[in-house]
Design a protein around this ligand. Structure first.
Ligand SMILES: NC(=O)c1ccc[n+]([C@@H]2O[C@H](COP(=O)([O-])OP(=O)(O)OC[C@H]3O[C@@H](n4cnc5c(N)ncnc54)[C@H](OP(=O)(O)O)[C@@H]3O)[C@@H](O)[C@H]2O)c1
Length: 268
């Protein structure tokens, strides 16, 4: 079964819905008849997406403007949505950038872990409970091709996506018998506002071709409930398999470092 309103509705909560991949999830889920809860910091952007989607698709769209890097954010989001039946949670908000680990502040790295790892884990725990009680629902984690191997000069980000990958795959197994579908969607480079403004790197010099977010999201929704891990794009699947089956881990790390170093703003 792909994503389905009867199994994974009526409300889908999407973190990081104000632009990029999260906004595309909002577009495609509203088109399928889901009512939405849109979460990000930029209230104005969320409000304008909400009025566009509720007008076009006749669904209810609610907005929660919240900084998910705050320690109390998950509790606040749970409280703000306690009156709604959330059947799908898309754990999408994330921060990324390139640069030497020792050049980044500890505060930056800690905030990255809060947004990319801690908040998704907390929300999966809360909403997973509710869904298991109802014996229906779904959690969709945004992993990344960056989580399949170590990436020098993107170290803590790739580690955060490895965490998401393993958490999501394990939860797919644990929650399936409880009626809850779990997917990790692991895109390669995707055209979004975030990649357009990515810190520490010259995007024009990055290897590979970025996918469209519409295609990434469509594949994630089409494969939902069928597979614990979805890698959108045939080239990304090929690269993931070559890395996994044909290259020793150390060789993967130095290969990827050699690809990235020419694109770094500050060379090592
Ligand atoms: N684009 C890619 O190439 C790519 C590839 C693989 C995986 N991914 C993953 O896909 C997800 C989305 O990426 P994207 O490229 O679409 O990112 P993006 O364009 O930068 O959008 C990020 C979203 O997260 C929200 N956000 C950022 N910080 C937040 C915070 N502290 N609290 C609440 N919301 C926050 C942003 O909204 P506000 O600024 O309004 O808060 C925005 O809606 C991320 O998890 C990323 O790691 C992306």
């Amino acid at each position: 079964m792909a994503i389905a309103l009867e199994k994974h509705g009526p409300y889908a909560l999407i973190t990081g819905a104000s632009h990029g991949i999260g906004e595309e999830f909002a577009n495609q889920l509203a088109k399928k008849g889901f009512s939405l809860v849109l979460v990000a910091r930029s209230r104005n952007k969320l409000d304008s997406i909400a009025s566009r989607l509720s007008g076009t698709h006749r669904v209810d769209v609610q907005v929660v403007a919240l900084d998910l890097m705050k320690d109390t954010a998950a509790e606040e989001l749970v409280a703000a949505t306690s009156h709604l039946e959330i059947g799908l949670v898309v754990l999408n908000a994330g921060v990324y950038g390139f640069g030497a680990f020792l050049d980044n502040s500890l505060e930056y790295e800690r905030n990255l872990m809060q947004l990319n790892m801690v908040a998704p884990m907390q929300l999966a725990h809360h909403f997973g409970h509710k869904m298991a009680q109802r014996k229906r629902g779904g959690l969709l984690f945004l992993g990344s091709a960056a989580g399949f191997q170590a990436i020098p000069y993107n170290a803590n980000y790739s580690a955060s996506k490895a965490y998401v990958l393993l958490l999501g795959e394990a939860l797919n197994y644990e929650l399936k018998p409880l009626g809850v579908d779990v997917e990790v969607l692991a895109p390669g480079m995707t055209k979004t506002e975030g990649t357009g403004a990515m810190r520490g790197v010259d995007m024009g010099k990055m290897p590979g071709k970025a996918m469209d977010s519409a295609q990434v999201v469509a594949e994630g929704l089409e494969r939902f409930g069928k597979s614990p891990l979805v890698v959108p794009g045939s080239l990304n699947r090929l690269i993931a398999n070559v890395g996994k089956y044909l290259m020793p881990r150390r060789a993967q790390t130095s290969f990827i470092a050699r690809m990235i170093i020419p694109a770094l703003v500050k060379k090592p």
